[in-house]
Design a binder for this molecule. Structure first.
Ligand code: G6P
Length: 361
């Protein structure tokens, strides 16, 4: 009903706009429910597998960067449906973490149950309290988003990122792999993220205009590097899920080994290029796209003027610390796919062939 959508046209739109609050709630909720036993276990964990499906899998890919950086635990990320049937190596210092909005995805649940039977310690990150996954794992972390109705995950993705970052920092503190100073620096900046997301959401009309200019493309390429490479994957997934436009996400450095062959004047290439330590590398990748006449849509940091020389369009996001950029860069990609899909007249809350929760293998 209209009332439940709080004045928005679609649940997806409402959920995109709820993110300043759900990010804030997840920070607060996480910090007020610290499980000492979990961090005691993580102290001598020597390998972490993270398994998930869909958008949750992309959160896992970002989480890997944070956990390896701050907690110095080697992390492998896998699709649950693949992990379940491979010859994984588990001992009692192995932790397997499942990420799932619903906590009911069959592939993720069964893969975790198998790992548990083989002697792994298990941990889940879920949005739905009391869900199967949360009951079946040894430890649970939550995102604090309330119900997500739109089939395409949005607010739960950014909340998963926040929870994974806080988990990595907490684990790092316990393992003495980060200093108290670094821990606090990131914590303090994290508190500014909700208002920075709010700033991006104010550009909704600008992004809608942009969507209008590209809505008739038949393919999109999304590029990013390092911690923003999974954001390129997520941008492509969002677009294909709800607009049915073919889209592919790629690590920008790998473009020369294949996707570069696709670039011509008809191909929009969405480039995630915040002002982080990979900026120069990403910039030269964009020049390679431009040289082949691709249409460059850049997501860049406020104040970056030189990016306009190599871009057809620039969506600016506020500045933040390098590790926090993914929480901001994904927002305009959600808005872009929402607007393209609605302009094309697609049902964004109920895309064809997709289900919110997949409880069959
Ligand atoms: C379905 C949904 C996706 C979601 C995926 C994983 O495919 O359409 O939006 O990302 O399942 O769901 P989960 O509840 O495990 O995060």
């Amino acid at each position: 009903s209209v009332a439940e959508k709080a004045g928005y046209k679609h649940f997806m739109q409402k959920e995109i706009h709820e993110q300043p609050r759900t990010i804030g709630d997840t920070i607060t909720g996480f910090l007020s429910s610290k499980d000492e036993d979990l961090y005691r276990m993580i102290k001598d964990t020597d390998k972490l597998y993270i398994i998930a499906c869909g958008t949750s899998y992309h959160a896992a890919l970002v989480g890997k960067f944070w956990i390896e950086k701050f907690a110095r635990i080697p992390v492998e990320v896998d699709y649950a449906s693949e992990y379940r049937y491979r010859d994984r190596i588990i001992d009692k210092k192995t932790v397997v973490m499942g990420i799932s909005q619903s906590g009911e995805t069959a592939d993720t649940r069964f893969a975790l149950l198998d790992a548990k039977n083989e002697g792994a310690k298990t941990l889940s990150l879920v949005n739905v309290v009391g869900s199967s996954l949360s009951r079946e794992t040894d430890f649970v972390l939550y995102t604090y988003c309330g119900p997500e109705i739109g089939v395409a995950a949005t607010k739960t993705f950014t909340a998963q990122l926040v929870a994974l970052l806080l988990f990595a920092l907490e684990a790092g503190l316990g393992r003495k792999t980060i200093t108290k100073d670094d821990y606090e620096k990131i914590h303090n900046e994290l508190l500014h993220i909700p208002s920075k997301v709010e700033e991006i959401l104010k550009k909704d009309d600008e992004i809608k205009d942009l969507a209008h200019r590209y809505m008739n493309a038949s393919d999109f390429l999304f590029l990013g590097r390092n911690i923003n490479y999974p954001i390129a994957l997520e941008g492509a997934l969002k677009l294909k899920e709800i607009s049915y436009i073919h889209a592919e996400g790629y690590p920008a450095g790998e473009m020369k080994h294949g996707p570069i062959a696709l670039i011509d004047e008809k191909l929009p290439v969405v480039c995630v290029i915040p002002n982080d330590r990979y900026y120069e590398k990403m910039f030269s990748n964009i020049q390679e796209v431009k040289a082949r006449k691709g249409k460059v849509i850049s997501v860049a940091t406020e104040g970056d003027k030189q990016i306009e020389n190599v871009s057809d369009e620039v969506i600016y996001i506020p500045e933040t610390l390098d590790p926090l950029y993914p929480i901001l860069t994904v927002i305009p990609l959600q808005q872009l796919s929402y607007h393209i899909a609605t302009l094309l007249g697609k049902d964004v809350d109920q895309p064809r062939n997709l289900a919110k929760t997949v409880t069959v293998e």
